[in-house]
Design a protein around this ligand. Structure first.
Ligand SMILES: [Zn+2]
Length: 193
């Protein structure tokens, strides 16, 4: 992506009015106070003091500034959280500080993350938007649907995030599952050799 920079020319008489057109534009420079302002100031290189007001907005967001803003917000947020954790450590204990930070990381999850532990998998994922909003909830994960479904694990809902541990297959089916997995691995190995 090519970076498009803002024209760096400032007006002569109006204070703090920088041209908001892109660099190397033709014609006079222009600037509007806000993105929704319906007028803009215009001046030319020949006379930086001669400002004319025209209708229409001239407003340009520098693309690289938006990204810097995002990074700054991210750093600002985590600096604030870090300071608050340090305060908790100081007034209470390091356990409180660690729990606070862990919860903060957990609640900012936007994508699903899972870790496989043998027959079980543990994970954290965002609540589906269609689900009813709850602040705290506990639910069972089930194998299958309906009255014959067996309990597979437990899910804890913390506002926008679900933390859960559940088995991938039923205990009765686990040996067969392992055997089919081993057979699959062997086939893969044979194909490669
Ligand atoms: Zn300009």
């Amino acid at each position: 992506m090519r970076r498009r920079r803002q024209c760096t020319t400032w007006s002569g008489s109006a204070v703090g009015v920088q041209c908001q057109r892109l660099t190397r534009h033709d014609g006079p420079h222009g600037a509007s106070p806000t993105s929704t302002y319906d007028e803009h100031w215009s001046w030319s290189d020949d006379d930086l003091d001669a400002i004319a007001v025209f209708t229409g907005t001239v407003w340009f967001h520098r693309p690289d500034r938006d990204r810097t803003g995002k990074t700054a917000r991210f750093l600002g947020k985590w600096t604030a959280l870090g300071l608050f954790a340090a305060l908790l450590w100081w007034v209470d204990s390091w356990v409180t500080a660690v729990v606070f930070l862990a919860l903060e990381v957990l609640l900012s999850v936007r994508r699903a993350h899972f870790v496989d532990l043998g027959r079980f998998t543990a994970g954290v994922w965002p609540v589906t938007p269609a689900a009813p909003a709850v602040i705290f909830g506990v639910a069972f994960a089930l194998h299958g649907e309906g009255r014959n479904a067996k309990r597979a694990g437990i899910e804890i809902i913390l506002g926008p995030v679900v933390v859960g541990v559940f088995s991938l297959v039923l205990r009765s089916e686990w040996p067969a599952y392992k055997r089919s997995q081993a057979a699959f691995d062997d086939r893969q190995k044979e194909r490669r050799s």
